[in-house]
Every structure is written in structure tokens, then in C-alpha cells.
Ligand binder design. Structure first.
Ligand code: AHR
Length: 491
């Protein structure tokens, strides 16, 4: 029998709530349609942002939201997105789908969105095609309270007080779409650009340097060696792509072997965090600098018939398991990972919400993040056990079951997943370190098979339900984890 033993009196660190962060880019139907419909839209909205999505995001407790990209960030010129909307520049989003970008969603609208969902803003500046002065002036526009041309321009555009902005990224993927730079060159540019990212008044910036692509450990090493003293965070991007970049595989039409490959690739995040963390430890043994995984998630072929540049994909129980596996890994590396942002919020890649006209659905990934929100800013608890094995072929087997636990406000939460697409697993769960007289409530997410997903006609096929069938076994609990399921128990 599989076992998980939680030590309720042994904490291993705080789980930064920002590990539950999100990312929204001017890409496909994420910003336009997914979030922004405009004040005159028949879709009910608040200041142009659709109410159904706002409500879903509020329930999700989004701690931090990254914007405007992604690759779009290094082509974005912030002045295009301020002032009266009808006079804002119309242009082509050259990177994503070649469609018209009317700039109706800009700086003011982004801060309003963050305010409406209670998320901290995380803005990514343009290094690839922008200038030091442009980045510096954006920060002045957003955060300066005194008398200056940029602060006055903000006031003229309707915002008297500066916004609070902590998280600021200096470029995105500068090894690729952000300028195709070598790490030495970007490190020098980073040092230069960040010099003019001024801290105005009591606004303290947390500066994030553009980090590595998946296993490019040299990038991390060079950045840390040359610029550790000038940064608070260093990013890392890694996507779970079951096939190749040319043929990634379908989001919904897949076999057990594709499922297994997807899980193997998702779990690779653990090795990446260990090895990038080791590279960072060499230069920052006190672990002051955060590893910021500001893009992660599944990346499949787009849904048939949709614009290939829009990266629109469905989301099944496979995505739910990938999400749970990542969150467990982030909890484990909480000493170094200070933020992670799943890509992307609405209608793009591993989205939590999908929209079609005035319809909206919550994906299985949404339900995992919502069920796991109890771990935000909680104390992680030590846990060990026997988690079984899963996997075919010659590759090293994976653990069939994953478990993570935390404590907050007098409650202990234990989350579990069963990675196997077909086999159930019974887990004997024991809580040690307290009197053992707990009341327990459980919630579980599972569907009718590994491909289960929600559609606009059946938006609640996959949803969280009370977890029935957990039995007491002395001081322990016997937890019947269905195949491809994710659960959270509260004690
Ligand atoms: O999330 C989609 C894209 O993936 C982002 O724009 C880019 O940073 C990454 O390559």
C-alpha cells in the first residue's frame, strides 16, 4: 500500500503565494476577447473587462499577474497604449498571428484589471527593441508622485496618484524573441537598463533579469556572475511539450503513451530547478535572489481550424495533473522559487479560463489552482512516504502518487495526485506531530477518463466535488485516489 506521512510540527519553509501567479500576453484571444471586451460590449463588463472572467479570477485568488508579454513585451512601446482609446495607434501584432492590435488595453487598463482581481502587477519592459530612456520613462509614468513631464502626463490621462509596482522584468527571452542575445551581452545590457529603473518615493522595485530557456545552465551562470548584485530575481521558462516543437500533439486526442510522455516532461521541472538553483547557489549562497519561473505549462498543437499564431488549446485532466505536479515541485523548491506564472490566463496555452463569445468555462487546470490556493503563503510541512511507480519502457519510473502539505491559520492541508491515467491507488495518509484528533474534509477533481474536459455546452463536466470514500484506519486515513485525479484534504 502507498503511504504518505505528514509531520505537522515540522515546517520546511514558507510557500510564497506568488508561486500561484499568472501570465497574460497580447497574444491570440488572451487580452482581447478573453479579458478586454470594451465598455460598449454587450458582454457584461466592468470598465471594459468582462465580468464572468473577473469573477472566476477573483475566486482563484490570483496573487500576481505578468503583462504585456512574453515575446510581445520586447516589441511593445508603452506610449502606444495610453491616452484616449480612439486615438491610440492601430498596428499589427507581428509576433502573434499578424492581427490588428488597437492598443485599447494598455497601462491604465492593466492596473485596473489587477485592482479588480486583487493581483499584484508584474510588468515586463522592452529591452529587445526598446531603449533605456523608454523603459525609464515608463517607470516614471507609473510610479512617480512628484512634478515631472511623465507624472503630469499620467495625471492628464486620468490617474492622479502613482500606482504601486513592485515586480518589473527587464526584457523577456532575450536569448530568443527578445533580441537573440548571448548571455554576456544581455548581462551587460541588463546592468545598463536596470540602472535607470528608478525607485520613486516608497515604491521599491523587485527587478527581474531575463533568464534561461529550459536547461541552458550557462545562461544562469553568466547572468549570476555578471549581474547578481543588480537583480532581485532571475527568470526561467520551461514548457511541457509532449512531442516535438513541430508536432507537439493534440490537447484532447491522445493515448496513454502521450500521457506518460507529458508527465515525464512535466516532472523534468524538478531537475531544472535543482540545477539552475545550484548555479545560483554558487554566486548567491544566501539565496537572496529568487528564481522566477515566469512561464510554464503545457504547449500542444492549436485546436483544429484556429489561427496557429493564437496558441489556443483545450485543457483536459492531463493538464490538471501537469499543473498539480508543477505546484508540488514549486513547493519543494520554495527556498529558491519566489514566483511562478502559468502560461497563460485566458484562451492561450494552459489557460485557466476559455471563452467563446459571451460564454466562459473553467478548465481542469483552473480547478487545481483553486483547490490548491490554500497553500498560498502557508508553511510547508515535511512529508515522506512510499509513492509507488508509474512508467513503461526503459526509462526510469516516475512516482505514481504525489503529495504535498502545508499549515496555515491552524489548518493542515494535504494535496495528493495520482499520475496514472488508468490505475487507482489507495494511499494511507498519516498525520504525525499532533494529537491526531482531527476533523477532515476532502475535495477531489477527476473526470471520466484521462481526456475528460469541459466544453462550452458542458462547462461543468469536470469540477471539484466532495471527496467521498475516505476511511479511518486507526490514526490514519485511507484515501482512494482514482486514476488521473487530484485532491486536497483539510484537517
Ligand atoms: O507564452 C507564449 C510565448 O512563449 C511567450 O511569448 C514567450 O516568452 C515564450 O516563448
Amino acid at each position: 500500500m502507498l503511504k504518505a506521512i505528514v509531520h505537522t510540527d515540522w515546517t520546511t519553509g514558507t510557500i510564497n503565494k506568488n508561486i500561484y501567479g499568472h501570465f497574460s500576453e497580447h497574444l491570440g484571444r488572451c487580452i482581447y476577447e478573453g479579458l478586454w471586451v470594451g465598455e460598449d460590449s454587450p458582454i457584461p463588463n466592468t470598465d471594459g473587462i468582462r465580468n464572468d472572467v473577473l469573477e472566476a479570477l477573483r475566486e482563484l485568488k490570483v496573487p500576481v499577474l505578468r503583462w504585456p508579454g512574453g515575446c510581445f513585451a520586447d516589441e511593445y512601446h508603452w506610449r502606444d497604449g495610453i491616452g484616449p482609446r480612439e486615438t491610440r495607434k492601430r498596428m499589427i501584432n507581428t509576433h502573434w498571428g499578424g492581427v490588428v492590435e488597437n492598443n485599447h488595453f494598455g497601462t491604465h487598463e492593466f492596473f485596473r484589471l489587477c485592482e479588480l482581481i486583487g493581483a499584484e502587477p508584474y510588468i515586463c519592459g522592452n529591452v529587445g527593441s526598446g531603449a533605456v530612456q523608454e523603459m525609464s520613462e515608463w517607470l516614471e509614468y507609473m510610479t512617480f508622485d512628484g512634478e515631472s513631464p511623465l507624472a503630469n502626463l499620467r495625471r492628464q490621462n486620468g490617474r492622479e496618484k502613482p500606482w504601486k509596482l513592485k515586480y518589473f522584468g527587464v526584457g523577456n527571452e532575450n536569448w530568443g524573441c527578445g533580441g537573440n542575445m548571448l548571455p554576456e551581452f544581455y548581462a551587460d545590457l541588463y546592468r545598463q537598463f536596470q540602472t535607470y529603473c528608478r525607485q520613486y518615493g516608497d515604491n521599491k522595485l523587485y527587478k527581474i533579469a531575463g533568464g534561461a530557456n529550459s536547461d541552458d545552465y550557462r545562461w544562469t551562470d553568466v547572468l549570476m556572475q555578471k549581474a547578481a548584485g543588480q537583480m532581485d530575481g532571475l527568470s526561467l521558462h520551461y514548457y511541457t511539450v509532449p512531442g516535438t516543437w513541430q508536432e507537439k500533439g493534440s490537447a484532447t486526442e491522445f493515448e496513454a503513451s502521450d500521457w506518460e510522455m507529458t508527465m515525464r516532461k512535466a516532472l523534468h521541472m524538478d531537475e531544472l530547478l535543482t540545477r539552475h538553483g545550484t548555479a545560483m547557489d554558487r554566486h548567491d549562497p544566501e539565496r537572496r535572489i529568487g528564481l522566477i519561473v515566469d512561464e510554464w505549462g503545457t504547449w500542444f498543437d492549436v485546436e483544429p481550424g484556429t489561427n496557429p499564431g493564437f496558441l489556443y488549446q483545450q485543457n483536459t485532466m492531463r493538464d490538471a495533473l501537469v499543473a498539480a505536479a508543477h505546484l508540488h515541485i514549486f513547493h519543494k523548491h520554495a527556498h529558491r522559487v519566489q514566483m511562478a506564472n502559468i502560461a497563460q490566463l485566458v484562451n492561450v496555452l494552459q489557460a485557466v479560463v476559455l471563452t467563446e463569445g459571451d460564454k466562459m468555462l473553467r478548465t481542469p487546470t483552473y480547478h487545481v489552482l483553486k483547490m490548491y490556493a490554500v497553500h498560498q503563503d502557508a508553511e510547508a510541512l515535511a512529508l515522506h512516504g512510499e509513492f509507488g511507480s508509474f512508467g513503461t519502457g526503459d526509462e526510469q519510473p516516475m512516482a505514481q502518487v504525489g503529495a504535498t502539505a502545508s499549515r496555515k491559520d491552524g489548518l493542515v492541508h494535504v494535496s495528493l495526485y495520482n499520475l496514472h491515467p488508468a490505475d487507482a491507488a489507495e494511499v494511507r495518509l498519516e498525520l504525525r506531530g499532533s494529537d491526531g484528533d482531527f476533523e477532515m474534509e476532502g475535495f477531489v477533481l477527476s473526470g471520466d477518463g484521462m481526456r475528460a474536459h469541459n466544453t462550452f455546452d458542458a462547462p461543468d463536466l469536470v469540477e471539484v466535488k466532495p471527496f467521498e470514500g475516505i476511511k479511518r484506519d486507526g490514526q490514519a486515513y485511507l484515501v482512494p485516489m482514482a486514476a488521473a485525479s487530484v485532491a486536497t484534504l483539510r484537517f
